[in-house]
Ligand binder design. Structure first.
Ligand code: HEM
Ligand code: HEM
Ligand SMILES: [Fe+2]
Length: 455
């Protein structure tokens, strides 16, 4: 670690661990409700559990991206973070807004728009919070001694993500218009600007872990950014098929969204190629596992499973079913959750000075969570295909079908237990690192040379 202000990132990462644990608990509440055991209904109705589960996901991922930026930007800019105190204030206020939103969901204070359930007054606070963050890292870059592609792509990704939050705050009477602009946030985030954040964090990790020349890694980054925008912007049309928008979206959305997997395939090939060229035997193997895993699993979850329901002929049947949940889980996990877990695995030992990188707990955490997530995706797929067949092909009633597919959620719970064991081990290992203390962190030389590879 080059600068002591990078330690701010640790507290963002610790917050991620807490919010991820809560998210998983709400996943189980819904899993049991789907199985017919909706015992908590009077306190936590399904809609509240769902909004809490997905919003916690978005908040912990954003917290992780912010932590990553606070770690990466000073190092890439060659200076301390512009204002460390402001970063702590920003984290605390983010937690306060998040907790208020979650309590609000339980009291039926929500907007009912999937993924954008946070009530409007809190949206304004989110905007202020994010502006403070953007200002802090922006000033660090501005006052810094160095510019790099990785740093600028990360900044542009974060800034555009902040700006794209705004279309979701416009009020419409018309449901089609409301839905239309909701996708500017949801789709253009995960299939647009978040991919820039992903590409740049992956680039940083690959530079550090493989030792391949920055020029080579950053050249790939431009290509990926290009393909992402070329396919992802008009690819928004895959959400406009049947919501009351003009018919041309069937062709536009179908064509461009079918190209989107190429960006994710590019990302996977990029990571694999850099790994093969690696000239460095970096001792932190588990960070490399998460990095490579992210590149590959994002292609499976977003690229492959996204393509599976993106053509209008298919989406007509699968829209809004558990097929969407199947894809949503693996895509968010592979692309963004694994990315945040990768940077945490890389940076925590450096910040705390404890080299707990290749122990049994960290390796099992990687494998169990991934095998568990593959199982969960399979369970959603079986439930989803059955749902589509019975409800959309046979014309059976929604609730009758939900009863028929209850049994498949037993599989989801089992796979979820495996997944959760992995996450518990990950958090256990994170806690075992302890908190960073001044003077304890590893220097770049310690990091690469002093520890022999264990694998
Ligand atoms: C043990 C862990 C988990 C369980 C049991 C679980 C279960 C569930 C259930 C039952 C739903 C509701 C599906 C419906 O609408 O009927 C859901 C939604 C969702 N979950 Fe999870 N989940 C877990 C972990 C995760 C993780 C780790 C992620 C992300 C990385 C995630 C992302 C999502 C998303 C994005 C949705 C919304 C899907 C959609 O839009 O249809 N979940 N989850
Ligand atoms: C990391 C990237 C991605 C993530 C995190 C992601 C996640 C999600 C989530 C959570 C939803 C449900 C949204 C909602 O209903 O509000 C969704 C819907 C959808 N996604 Fe993705 N996705 C990604 C990439 C892709 C890609 C590359 C494709 C196409 C090739 C795709 C195709 C679709 C389609 C067609 C829907 C609509 C499903 C429906 O009609 O119910 N996704 N995605
Ligand atoms: Fe999309």
């Amino acid at each position: 670690m080059k600068y002591k202000s990078q330690i701010v990132a640790y507290w963002f990462f610790a917050t991620c661990m807490l919010l991820l644990s809560l998210q998983v608990i709400y996943g189980f509440i819904m899993g049991f409700a789907h199985m017919g055991f909706d015992n908590l209904h009077s306190i936590i109705p399904f809609n509240a559990a769902r909004a809490t589960h997905t919003n916690l996901l978005v908040v912990w991922l954003l917290t992780g991206f912010m932590g990553a930026a606070y770690y990466i930007i000073p190092e890439e800019s060659d200076r301390e973070l512009y204002d460390v105190r402001l970063a702590y204030i920003q984290l605390i206020s983010l937690i306060v807004v998040g907790v208020t939103a979650i309590i609000g969901f339980h009291l039926n204070w929500w907007e009912g728009r999937k993924f954008l359930e946070i009530p409007r007054p809190l949206d304004y606070l989110v905007v202020v919070n994010v502006l403070v963050f953007i200002y802090n890292i922006g000033m660090t870059i501005w006052k810094g001694n160095k510019f790099s592609t990785t740093q600028l792509v990360l900044y542009v990704g974060l800034l555009s993500a902040a700006l794209l939050y705004l279309p979701g705050m416009i009020s419409f009477e018309n449901q089609t218009l409301d839905s239309y602009y909701r996708w500017w946030v949801v789709h253009l985030w995960v299939e647009g600007v978040w991919e820039l954040i992903m590409g740049s964090i992956l680039a940083f990790l690959l530079i550090k872990l493989t030792g391949v020349d920055r020029e080579v890694i950053e050249k790939w980054l431009y290509i990926i950014v290009g393909i992402t925008f070329l396919s992802g912007i008009l690819g928004t049309g895959h959400h406009y098929y049947y919501i009351g928008t003009p018919k041309y979206w069937l062709a536009v959305g179908g064509f461009f969204s079918a190209l989107e997997p190429i960006a994710f395939l590019g990302m996977a090939l990029y990571a694999i190629t850099m790994y093969r060229r690696s000239g460095r035997n970096h001792p932190n193997k588990v960070a490399l596992y998460w990095t490579m895993g992210c590149a590959v699993m994002s292609f499976v979850g977003a690229g492959f499973l996204g393509f599976a329901h993106t053509l209008p002929q298919v989406n007509m049947y699968t829209h809004g079913t558990l097929i969407t949940a199947m894809h949503g889980h693996m895509a968010f996990w592979g692309a963004y959750a694994m990315l945040v877990l990768a940077i945490i695995s890389y940076a925590t030992p450096i910040m705390t000075g404890r080299k707990l990188w290749n122990n049994m707990a960290s390796m099992l955490a990687f494998w169990l969570s991934n095998i568990g997530m593959v199982g969960m995706t399979g369970a959603f797929a079986v439930a989803g295909i059955t749902q589509v067949y019975l409800e959309r092909k046979m014309g059976m009633d929604f609730l009758t079908v939900q009863k028929e597919i209850e049994v498949h959620f037993f599989g989801l719970i089992l796979a979820g237990c495996l997944f959760t064991t992995g996450i518990v081990l990950y958090i256990y290992n994170f806690i075992k690192h302890g908190v960073p203390a001044p003077g304890n962190s590893l220097t770049e030389a310690d990091e690469v040379e002093s520890v022999p590879s264990l694998i």
